[in-house]
Structure formats: C-alpha cells, structure tokens
Design a protein around this ligand. Structure first.
Ligand code: COA
Length: 700
C-alpha cells in the first residue's frame, strides 16, 4: 500500500464550493461524484445551502464532525487558504485543488501556492494540483473532476500535466471504448508530482500500463527512481512535449553543442526503462496494446495477409522500423506447403491469397505462432466477397488465446465491410489499426520496451575506488582562489590523472628553464602552448609550437610563444607556457559532459577532433547510475565504433580502455557536481590504450 490509497479509494469526499447552479464547477464535481456510483460518504460544503443534490450540505468542512479523506476545492483562490486551514483542522488527508490562479499566473499567485503548501504540510495533507481537472478512479469508483463524463472502466492509468488534454482524451476514449483505471490531472504539481502518481499507479492492481503526458519534470532523481520501479511492474510510456533549457547553458562546450535540447529526457527515460512516445497516437496505440498483449521477447515478426500489396507494405514497415521479418523453420514451411494451396506464399509474409476463406488464416496463424523463430504477428485483411471478416476476427482472437506469450496485432483494411470484424477484435483484446504501418510501429514500441526492461536490469553504477578525490579538490580550490572558473590545461590534465584517465602529460612552465626541465622529464618531442584562459584561439595568435625535439627548440619556443601572445592579446592574463608530451596520432574520439538542470550530468562519447560538431556523432547517458553495460552500449551506438573495431584492415582500437575512461569521467562528474562543463577532445584511441589530448574543465 502506498500513501495515495486514500486519494484513489477514499471512504469520504467533501466537495467544497458544491453548487446547485448547473454550469458551475462545484455543480459538475458534485454531479460527477453523485452519478459515478461512489460508495463512500459524500459531503457538499456550501455556507448558503442546507442540501445539494439530495445530500445534506455543511457550511464548513469542520461542521461534518466525521473524518474526511478527500476535499475537492471548487472555491475561488482567494478563500483557498482559509478552506485549507479548515480541512487541516478537520483531519482531511488529500486536497484536490481544481481552483486556478496560483503559480501559473505568477506574482501573488506563486506566493499563494507556497502558502497553500505550507498549510498542507502543517496538517500533513497532500495536494493534487492546484489548477487541475481532478482525479478519477474507475474501479473505486470515484469521479472528482469537472469533466463531462466518467471514464470507462479499464486498465490504463493516464497522468497528464494538461487538464484540457485530459478532457479531450476522456471524450475521445468514450467514443473509442478505451478504458482507464486512474485518470489524473497533475496541474501545477505544488506537492504531489508525476513521480508520486507513477508510484501510485504502479501499485494499483487494476493498472496494467501507465501513460503520461508531461511538459516538465519536477525532480529528475525522484522521477527516475519512481519510473524505474514502476517500469519493472508495468509498462510506462511518456509523451514529453516542449524542449528544455538544459544543455543550452553548456553549449559553449563541444559536448554541450552536441547535446540536443531533449537529449537529457531521452537519456533519463531510457535509463529508467521508460518508453518514449513521439506522438499522441503512439502513446495511446501503445497503451492500448499493452493492456491486452504480452511484451514480445524478440523482434521477429510474422505477417499473415490475404493480399500481396498490404503484405509488402507491412514487410517494408517491419524492416524500416528496425524489426526482422521472421525466418520460419523448415517444419513451419512444410506445414504451410502442405495445408495452403500451391498459389499461396508460404514464406514470410504468408499470403493466403485473395480467394482465402477464414480457415486459411487459422492454418497460417497456427503455423507462424508455434514457430520458435516468431516473436509477434500481424494479421492483415482486405475484404473480399469470399472472406467472412468476422469469422477471421474470431479465428485471430482464438489464436491469440492459444499463444498468450506472443503479441498479435491486426489491420483489417477497409470501411463498412470490416467494421464488425474490427469491433470483434477490439472487444476481444486484439489491437486494430486502419493500416499496417501503425500496427508495426506499435509492435516496435512493445519490442523496445522488452529490450529496455532487459537493459535496465543489468548491473548498478560503475564505480572505481582508485581515484584521488583530495587531489582534485585541491586543484579546484586553487582555481577558485585564483578567481577563475576555467582550469588551465595542465590543471585539467592533473585532474584526469587523479582519476586515472590517461591524459597526455602536461605541465605549466613559467620560465624557459622550467620548460626544458619538464620536456626532459616527459621526454621529447613536446608541444608547447600559451597558458591563458583569455586566449581562445591559441594557434591564431602564434601561441602553439609542435614537434619540439631539443632543449634549444624548447627555449626558443618559450620566448616566441610569450612574445606572440602578448603582442596579439596585450590584456590577456598569461600564466606561462604549457609543455605537453607530443603523442603519436590515433583515432580521434570525444568524451565529455553536459550538465542538465533536471537530470544532472550527462556523459557523451563519440567521434572527436576538430570536426566534432560537423560529424554530430555522439551518444549520451546520465552520469548518475551509469552502468558498465550502458557504457559499452554508448560506444557501439556511434559511427565511431566502426572505426574502433577495425576498418578496412586497420587494427582495432583498445575499446575496453575507452570504456574505463568513460566510466571514470562519469564518476568524476558525479563526485564533483561543481564541474559544469567537461570536454576531452580529442581522445586518441590506439590499438593499445588511449591518450586524452585536450582536457577542458569549467567549474560552476
Ligand atoms: N466554503 C464553501 N463554499 C464556498 C465558500 C467557502 N469558503 N466560498 C464560496 N463558496 C461557494 C459559493 O457560494 C459558490 O456556491 P453557489 O454556486 O451556491 O453560490 C461556490 O462556492 C463557488 O464559488 P464562486 O465564488 O461562485 O466561484 P466560481 O464557481 O465562479 O469559481 C472556481 C470557482 C474554482 C471554479 C474558479 O475560481 C476557478 O478557479 N476556475 C478555474 C478552474 C480551472 O480551470 N482549473 C484548471 C482545470 S485544468
């Protein structure tokens, strides 16, 4: 049981501002509570009335004299604090605040919302809203909303940040016959947020799938925890609209520029094992399919059709969406050859051809679904004069019962001729689609959810215990004391060394003699660069010299670099010259971090070098909770992986070394949340090991 049981299954509900006047919110809520069949006690609160809709009315909630689980606010914002105080004193557990005029209007509304939360905290009450449509539980049943109707009883929990969308979806669902378990409008999320409602829905025995419409997420960490736990029990699907401001702040770094405005949401949802829908259609297609169909165990799809064209369209969609056309076993092919006419196509797609009666669908479905190489099936039908579509629907539904571990979707294409068959399929839990593509898209989503579940289960956060935090802390303190937020290259290199991220040795020299000392300690050849946070384009000002092989060359380079830089940028603060060991060239990669306001540091890996932003080849994951398996996946997802694993006779690079480096960068960013930007570009990957050439770290 969780803390929201008394919200969804209250024993008593008070409607504050209940009204006798049709057209008022207080009338609609009262009417909905009355007509939905709520079995608990219902109390209208209105100081002017004795009775409303046959229920005794009370001037205030305190006059009831009995415990009340839920109070629904239908009174103006101006009286909300007083009403909340009364609720607190009456021992109410939940406030559903339909009232608008809070944070969403800014200014005084924001303050009012804060005060409302304070009152609720004082009395240990929870708030849904403010600014919401309300809450429905069809199984209780309870309809504490001002929607026109009650939702149909079903198994989808719908949680929405838009109240207007709630009413639209509700109306649409009635026309389509789609049922819900819980229906929640989260509004301003002053107290309870999406994470709380996800947890509640996942603990609800009547919920088989959770569908969310979100515009933002209040607390990234809380959301991920809640969504991850929920997704282990039931599929969780999110439609996220709007873009975040995240990443934009970090766009001055390469990694920040690689991260799209929505990258963090993708990474977070994936990490939590949550499916992301791209459209409203996809959100509900998936939600409906998950309530009746099992999660596929693989991506091999069988297509059964009575017409060539739609069969090919479906096959193209299967391949196009990254799924596989199942390859039947010899046994399956033999059965199909024996039982279907010679004119039929017995390979996938199985074409039972135009003169088929329903019995051929039975043969084809049985053969396909009993094949171990098939994970899911789509039934396609074009209405011919010789085919009984309803009988085909019955056969399809029966096949689904015989193979309950394999999902079946259907596309009976047509109008009046297929209507009855489609209705039969829907009534019997087979999802239907007007055309094959959305059916296959739904299968793809279901398959992806199965993969995510598998991914999320693999291992915890990848940790390294041989890192030197103290050394990093001391470097950061030094940088701050110097009034900077950007580390000089030698400092950043030392940070990398402290976390055993192999960086090309780099030291700061304040004099030509010191430069020679350092060059000899790290061995020639060396590269020398001006050390100044104020000079961005070091090469352009003559601040870089490469391939220096002797004491003489180093001494000359030191003076030249200093003179060139001072001449070009007289106001720049110059710390000296960086002496870096010149490394042999390798395959150029990037490892970096971009900070997201909601989900924290995101780690990137991809193709690096000067073309990094042109190539746009990077994969991202959240640093928090990053597992070894996720790191491996990050690498294989990129185009760079083709180069890393060996390409046209080139030796493969040391991929395990890269994996470890990514894991260590993630740990560095977790350990030091004050790192606001981090780019290691390029990282040279070699057949044996790697070398971080240019490490850039900025502190917040
Ligand atoms: N306790 C109990 N009842 C009270 C009360 C109190 N302290 N103060 C007033 N009332 C009664 C009123 O007398 C009235 O009843 P009546 O119809 O019998 O006269 C009823 O509560 C409502 O008050 P009223 O002043 O008429 O407000 P209203 O109905 O015009 O508006 C809201 C109230 C909540 C609907 C309105 O303030 C609001 O927020 N509207 C927007 C809602 C919205 O869009 N939410 C987001 C959806 S996604």
């Amino acid at each position: 049981m969780n803390g929201l049981t008394s919200l969804f299954q209250p024993r008593s509900v008070a409607v504050i501002g209940a009204s006798k006047t049709p057209g008022k919110i207080g009338y609609a809520v009262m009417n909905n509570m009355k007509s939905c069949g709520f079995k608990g006690d219902l109390y209208p609160i209105n100081p002017k009335e004795e009775e409303i809709m046959g229920y005794k009315a009370y001037p205030t909630i305190r006059d009831i004299g009995k415990p009340v689980d839920v109070a629904v606010f239908c009174v103006p914002a101006a009286v909300s604090l007083q009403v909340a105080e009364d609720c607190g004193k009456a021992g109410v557990k939940h406030l559903i605040v339909i009232t608008a005029g809070f944070k969403e209007v800014g200014g005084a509304g924001r303050e009012l919302e804060e005060n409302l939360v304070n009152v609720a905290r004082k009395y240990d009450m929870r708030i849904t809203g403010p600014n919401v449509l309300g809450v429905i539980d069809t199984h209780t049943p309870m309809n504490a909303t001002f929607a026109q109707n009650m939702a149909i009883k079903g198994n989808i929990a719908f949680i929405s940040q838009s109240g207007a969308l709630c009413v639209a979806i509700l109306d649409w669902s009635l026309a389509k016959g789609i049922g819900f378990s819980q229906f929640v409008s989260v509004g301003n999320k002053a107290d309870l947020d999406e994470a709380d409602f996800i947890a509640a829905a996942s603990n609800d025995p009547n919920t088989k799938v959770i569908a969310l419409y979100l515009e933002d997420i209040v607390d990234g960490e809380k959301f991920i925890k809640s969504a991850k736990e929920a997704a282990e029990k039931v599929p969780v699907i999110v439609l996220k609209s709007g873009v975040t401001a995240a990443g934009a702040a970090a766009a001055s770094s390469h990694t920040g520029a690689l991260a799209g405005s929505d990258t963090a949401y993708d990474a977070a949802l994936r990490h939590a094992g949550v499916l992301r829908a791209a459209t409203m259609t996809e959100l509900f297609d998936l939600a409906i399919a998950f309530t009746t169909q099992p999660i596929p165990s693989g991506k091999n799809v069988a297509v059964v059709t009575n017409s060539g064209g739609p069969g090919i369209v479906a096959s193209d969609a299967v391949e196009g969406f990254g799924l596989n056309m199942a390859r039947f076993t010899e046994e399956t092919t033999a059965i199909l050859a024996e039982k279907l006419p010679s004119t039929a196509n017995i390979k996938n797609p199985i074409d039972v051809i135009g003169d088929a009666h329903a019995d051929r669908y039975e043969i084809a479905l049985d053969a396909a679904l009993s094949d171990p190489n098939v994970d899911a099936a789509i039934v396609i039908l074009s209405p011919t004069a010789v085919l009984d579509t309803t009988e085909t629907a019955v056969i399809t539904a029966k096949a689904a019962k015989r193979y309950p571990q394999k999902p079946i979707v259907a596309s009976f294409i047509g109008g009046a001729a297929v209507e009855e068959g489609i209705k039969y399929l829907n009534d019997n839990g087979i999802p239907t689609y007007p055309f094959p593509e959305p059916a296959i898209a739904t299968l793809r989503g279901m398959i992806r959810f199965g993969e995510l579940r598998h991914e999320v289960g693999r291992g915890g956060q990848w940790e390294f215990d041989d890192v030197d935090k103290e050394r990093v802390r001391a470097i950061f303190e030094g940088v701050r004391e110097d009034g900077r937020d950007l580390l000089l290259s030698p400092e950043a290199c030392e940070v990398a060394e402290a976390y055993k991220i192999p960086a090309a040795p780099s030291r700061l020299a304040k004099s030509p003699e010191q430069a020679v000392e350092q060059a000899e300690a790290m061995d020639y050849p060396v590269v020398m660069k001006i050390a100044s946070p104020d000079i961005m384009h070091k090469t352009d000002v003559g601040g870089v010299k490469v391939g220096l092989k002797s004491k003489e060359e180093v001494v000359a380079a030191f003076s030249e670099i200093m003179e060139n830089s001072k001449r070009a940028e007289p106001d720049a603060k110059i710390y000296g010259v960086e002496v870096q060991k010149m490394m042999p060239p390798g395959d150029e990669m990037i490892i970096g971090m971009a900070m997201d306001a909601t989900f924290g540091p995101m780690i990137a890996f991809g193709s690096g070098g000067i073309l990094v932003n042109l190539l746009q080849d990077a994969s991202f994951r959240l640093a928090n909770g990053l597992s070894e398996a996720e790191v491996k996946e990050m690498i294989t997802e990129t185009k760079a992986y083709t180069i890393l694993k060996g390409f046209r006779g080139k030796q493969p690079d040391d991929i395990p070394a890269l994996e470890v480096a990514i894991g260590r960068v993630a740990q560095l960013c977790r350990d030091f949340p004050e790192i606001s930007e981090l780019d290691i570009n390029p990282v040279f990957a070699y057949p044996d090991g790697l070398s971080a050439l240019d490490v850039k770290i900025r502190l917040s």
